[in-house]
Design a protein around this ligand. Sequence first.
Ligand SMILES: [Cu+2]
Length: 491
Amino acid sequence: MALARRHFLGGAALLAVGSAAPAQAGVVASRRLTALSRTLEVNGRAARVFGLLGPDGTQGLTLDPGERFRVRLENRLAVRSIIHWHGQTPPVRQDGVAETGLEALIPPGGAQEYDFAPRSGTYWMHSHAGMQEQQLLAAPLIMRDRADLHADMQEVVLMLHDFTFRDPAEILAGLRGMGKMAGADQGMAMGGMAMPGMSMSGMSMPGMAMDGTAKPGAADLNDVAFDAYLANDRTLADPAVIRVEKAGQVRLRIINGAAATAFWIDLGGLAGQVVAADGDPVHPLAARLLPLAEAQRLDVLLRIPASGGAFPILALREGALERTGIVLATAGARIAHLPATAATPAPQVDLSLEARLRAAMPLAAQPARVQRVTLTGSMMGFHWGIDGREWPQHRPILVEPGSRVAFDLVNRTGMAHPMHLHGHRFQVIGLGGQALAGALRDTVLVPAHATVRIAFDADNPGRWLFHCHNLYHMAAGMMTEVAYRGFRDGV
Ligand SMILES: [Cu+2]
């Protein structure tokens, strides 16, 4: 690859593998990140999953303020892979995707170098190859800023996953086959009608309430029945317990790394202040219950009571009873057992928080050409697309270099779609026709039958993936490219 070659020629002396020690003033050697297999215990059973091991021996990577993203990614898997730096805005050939043809998958035993100026905040990284992300090839990517270092504040990362012992490819095949079996008149239409025999292959019934009755008019939720929901790789049977100080302040960095699950984050007895969405600062907003779609992040400031105690932070699966979480606890606090199911189902994740978020540093006012992007498809055959086309039969969305671009994301389907644009930061500027100066994000939820308007500056030339981050929708075809006019694929 041209980029890797240039980097090797220009910076070979800096590529001391596995060392984070400064090579010279202001320069840090590549940090090593390793894609590998590991074993987790889930519900008392061993699970073979993927992982991304950082230089400190834990999952994920944390960079210091001002540090460049200078990373050597090593593939120790038995399969080809590539890791996408979700929400970061690198040059297009370092985005960590192979679908555009601008980068290649990394072979087993191979490595790839990356070097770009990162955005600070709460990010994450995950495989963009096959269905590896469903198998937990994903980890936190935290870019500290100077304020984080000087603040008298403890950082806690909460990373969420949905987990299945089954092969994700089989699940997708089951979802597609189910639609065919259902036929046009069997009630698999949006809105959720009862259908017999839904337990095969572990699929859950869209639009079904927890007692198995249909929810007339409700949107479809939760295509896939998972075996467990993980918070920092653990279930509530044995949750991560994180020691905090009485009267201390915590910056909770919440990452929804789930494949196909939106959650409500329940801060319980703690009052929280949302200070960032998808890594970008927002005006502080008090909240206790926070909706979080797939791939989205929220940073929340928490104050631990002076009296101390144990404080569960729960993630509630939307439209369902299942939940997961971690426990923040002061020294000696008694930690009660928390059941992994709630008594009543959590509501559907919505835009109630989105409507209240305001970017701390919004885009400068500027006219934009609004383009309509229609989200299409249905549970029928599990076909999902954009403007009626399924990847790779997509039609790229053309943008003018240097221009302000706006998209009206019009959801014509009965399911919500968390839409992710690579390589850019967009602002949410309209919800259902209502204008707002909302959060800067890289992933926005477009609920069933809703319209969301986003705007961004076309300041990062290339061809960039734009897709639903429900990974089964993405695999089924809900992906396209945003292509800069005049961008040349060659070097
Ligand atoms: Cu979707």
